[in-house]
Structure formats: C-alpha cells, structure tokens
Design a protein around this ligand. Structure first.
Ligand SMILES: [Zn+2]
Length: 88
C-alpha cells in the first residue's frame, strides 16, 4: 500500500515486517498443540504494521492532548483520595 497523507498532514504507511509473534519463523514447536503454525501470520512469518508519521505541529497537538489527559487523571485520583479521607 502506498503511503497517504491525511488531512492533518500525518503520513500513514503500511509496512511489512517480520511477524512479532514468531519472529519471522512462521511456526514453532511451542505451538505443537495448535498445529505449530503461528496464528498471527498464518505461517509466512511476515506481518503488516501500520506506521504514522506526524508533522511537528500535529505532534505538538498530540503532546498537549496527552498532557491534558494526564492532568485530568491526576486530578481525578486526588479527588478520589480526598473522598476516601472524608469517608474514613
Ligand atoms: Zn508469525
């Protein structure tokens, strides 16, 4: 598949790599009870991974979103702790 550009400038790409389950072997004696063949790649040892490459602006936006989420989580945890303190 050819890389394509989404609206926010992110490059989406599909790459073929060695299967991350069997490491490219396609099968293993470990899985003899299920027929030895790796169920992830079906025995060919290759798999497709999706890769995204962000523009620096979009990367920055994502970073801010992550920070916001982390802050929200932190606040929620603090409130929960206060709740426990009040109730106990
Ligand atoms: Zn595999």
């Amino acid at each position: 598949m050819l890389p394509f550009l989404s609206q926010n400038g992110t490059i989406h790409q599909e790459l073929e790599t060695d299967c991350d389950r069997c490491g490219g072997a396609g099968q293993s004696d470990k899985w003899y009870f299920t027929g030895k063949v790796c169920f992830k790649c079906g025995g060919d040892g290759r798999m497709l991974t999706k890769r995204k490459e962000y523009t620096s602006e979009h990367e920055e936006k994502l970073r801010k979103q992550r920070e916001k989420r982390a802050e929200k989580k932190r606040l929620a945890a603090t409130e929960e702790n206060q709740d426990k303190l009040i109730k106990s």
